[in-house]
Every structure is written in structure tokens, then in C-alpha cells.
Design a binder for this molecule. Structure first.
Ligand SMILES: NC(=O)c1ccc[n+]([C@@H]2O[C@H](COP(=O)([O-])OP(=O)(O)OC[C@H]3O[C@@H](n4cnc5c(N)ncnc54)[C@H](OP(=O)(O)O)[C@@H]3O)[C@@H](O)[C@H]2O)c1
Length: 320
């Protein structure tokens, strides 16, 4: 699977789409730390990637040699299930515009970030890349998943029809600096950080979490995601999407205990089992990534300590 790719030239222009987001921000920092001197980023207000003409004008002016696609309309279960059109339409347009412009202006290496929600709801665990399109999707975010699957197909089609060395990668649940702590749209780890931090600061003695706490989930620090992305750009050249994760999971109850401890919360934790648990286990099979010589660096406890410290230092400016 290791291919004959040359290392990327650190002076090449490199566009990180979504460079202010959780994933894109970490990728930007990692590229900078790895010596890339010509990084390009645009906020969504400077360049709305849904606007095809604007995207083509940007590519014509900047001519990026490499692209990481970390821009997407991302949301939690509530937003996904109530506004599926937005998630489908925006993400398909963002991807089609960027990939078409990248083709027109001769982008060399491109990596599209997808998500593990592209895999079937009842995929065998741990989830192998080969389970893509073998079963029905989780209905609460199927519109988002279909948009992302379209992106994977678009990358594959670009390879087949135009010979591009582009790839797509599917990260597991991410966490770290720059996360979204909004109570309606955050993912579980950021939600726990905020909930326990709020409780400690308010002196609350009971915190209630959703569900039973029994589902098992996997978490990857964004710094590890970023190093995996660069590793893949320099070492992976196959049409199949490739999973990015740790290969380890834990129960939500164990995760809650860890975050409570890190936040210094000493009250009780209750579980509202009227709220849905979701799928019992979601763990990616990362053997293909491991075969390429990549391993995560950040263990969960220090990673959570660092994410909590970041949140504590950015309570006012973090996304709420
Ligand atoms: N978070 C996770 O746990 C997770 C897990 C697996 C996969 N992923 C994947 O990773 C990718 C990035 O997710 P994330 O968590 O980093 O999301 P995020 O923090 O919400 O960042 C998304 C970025 O996309 C940009 N964006 C959104 N709409 C745009 C538009 N119309 N035009 C230009 N830019 C636009 C935003 O730019 P502005 O800030 O300038 O508005 C933002 O920086 C997604 O493909 C997602 O599926 C995330």
C-alpha cells in the first residue's frame, strides 16, 4: 500500500480549507510546525465555498499546489436531524466546487476529510473501510453521510478519470483545542468538558448525562489527526478511503469519569436513560493506517487534560 510518493516540498503553496475549524486549525498548526512556509487559508466570510465562481476565482489567483479539505457544514444530532437539506446541499456544493477547481488548476496532492458516519449503522466492529456502502446508514445524519460519500466518490472518480493522486480519509471522533462547546451542537467529549466545568464553577452537586453511559466510543486528539493527515499525503495513494483513529475505545461512563476528574468535579453523576444511546459501539479498524507506519501520540488522559486546559483558558472566546 505504501506508494512511490515524493515528500511534499515545504515551500509549495498549500490551501487548508476550513483552517479555523477544529480539524483544519490543527492541520494548519502541524503543517507550520513541519516547515510549510506557504500556507493559505480563508474564512467562510472571505470565501464562501458554496459559491462556485468565487472558488474558481480563488484557485485561479492563488494556484495552490496541495489542498486539505477540512471545510464542511458540521453539526450535532439535533441540527443534522432537523436541517438535513442544509447538510446535504452545503456539503455537496463545497466539495464539488473545491474538487472541480482543484482539477482545473492542477492541484497535485489533495486529501478530503470525511467522517466515520459514512459507514453503515450496523457495520461489523471494528469498522473496516471495506464496509462502505454495504448497509443502511444511521437515519439521523444520513443526509450528511451521503454528502460525504459523494465526496469520497468524487475523489475516486477524479483518480480514475484524470489520474489525480488524491485521497480521502475518515477520522473517528475528534477533540482538542478549538472544539465546539455549544450545548446544542457539540460532540460528546466537548459537551462533557463544558458540563463538568459549568458544574464546578457553579458549585452544582449533581450532573446529568444523556443515555445510560454504556455505549463505547473512540476519540482522537486533533494533533494526532493532523499528523496522520500529513503522513497520508506523503505515504498513501489508493482510491479507498482510509480510517484515522486510535483503535481503542471506552464507555461513555468511563469517559465521563475521566472528564469529571480532570475538571475537579466531586458531585454525583446521573444518567438519563430516556435519552437515546445511539449505536452500542463505534470503533474504527485502523490496521491499514498502522501498516503505513503511523501511530497516535496523544493518550486520552493527557489529551483530555490539555483540551480541558484549553477550554478553561478560552471560555469566553470558544464556540458556545
Ligand atoms: N469533529 C469531529 O469529531 C469530526 C470527526 C470526524 C470527521 N470530521 C470531519 O472533519 C471535517 C472538519 O470538521 P470540524 O470538526 O473541524 O468542523 P468545524 O470545527 O465546524 O470546522 C469547519 C470549518 O469549515 C468551514 N466552513 C464551513 N462552511 C463553509 C463555507 N460555506 N465556506 C467556507 N468554509 C466553510 C468553517 O469556516 P469558518 O470558521 O471560517 O466559518 C470551519 O472552519 C468535516 O469534514 C468533518 O466531517 C470531524
Amino acid at each position: 500500500m505504501t506508494s512511490e510518493l515524493a515528500p511534499l516540498d515545504r515551500e509549495d503553496s498549500f490551501y487548508v480549507a476550513g483552517h479555523r475549524g477544529l480539524a483544519g486549525g490543527a492541520i494548519w498548526r502541524h503543517l507550520e510546525a513541519s516547515g510549510f512556509t506557504n500556507l493559505v487559508g480563508q474564512t467562510s466570510s472571505e470565501l464562501d465555498l458554496r459559491d462556485r465562481d468565487a472558488v474558481f476565482a480563488f484557485f485561479e489567483a492563488v494556484r495552490p499546489r496541495h489542498v486539505v479539505m477540512a471545510a464542511a457544514r458540521v453539526g450535532g444530532i439535533l441540527a443534522n436531524s432537523t436541517r438535513p437539506v442544509d447538510f446535504l446541499s452545503d456539503n455537496v456544493r463545497i466539495q464539488v466546487n473545491v474538487l472541480d477547481a482543484a482539477h482545473r488548476y492542477g492541484v497535485d496532492r489533495l486529501l478530503l476529510l470525511g467522517s466515520s458516519c459514512i459507514y453503515p449503522k450496523f457495520a461489523e466492529q471494528p469498522i473496516k473501510e471495506s464496509s462502505l456502502l454495504t448497509g443502511e446508514l444511521e437515519p439521523t445524519n444520513d443526509a450528511y453521510a451521503i454528502a460525504k460519500i459523494t465526496g469520497v466518490m468524487h475523489v475516486q472518480a477524479m483518480r480514475r478519470q484524470h489520474g489525480h493522486h488524491w485521497v480521502s480519509a475518515m477520522p473517528t471522533n475528534l477533540y482538542g483545542p478549538g472544539d465546539n462547546f455549544d450545548t446544542d451542537s457539540s460532540h460528546v467529549l466537548a459537551a462533557l468538558i463544558r458540563r463538568f466545568d459549568d458544574a464546578v464553577r457553579a458549585g452544582t452537586s449533581t450532573v446529568t448525562n444523556w443515555g445510560t453511559g454504556s455505549p463505547r466510543r473512540e476519540f482522537l486528539h486533533v494533533d494526532d489527526l493532523a499528523s496522520a493527515v500529513l503522513h497520508l499525503l506523503e505515504n498513501y495513494d489508493e482510491p479507498s478511503p482510509i480510517n484515522i483513529g486510535t483503535g481503542k475505545d471506552l464507555t461513555i461512563r468511563e469517559l465521563s469519569d475521566l472528564v469529571a476528574e480532570v475538571a475537579g468535579y466531586r458531585g454525583t453523576v446521573e444518567w438519563d436513560d430516556n435519552k437515546p444511546d445511539g449505536t452500542p459501539r463505534k470503533l474504527l479498524d485502523v490496521s491499514r493506517l498502522e501498516e503505513l507506519g503511523w501511530r497516535p501520540d496523544v493518550e486520552l488522559r493527557p489529551g483530555v487534560e490539555q483540551a480541558y486546559a484549553w477550554y478553561a483558558a478560552h471560555r469566553d472566546s470558544a464556540r458556545h
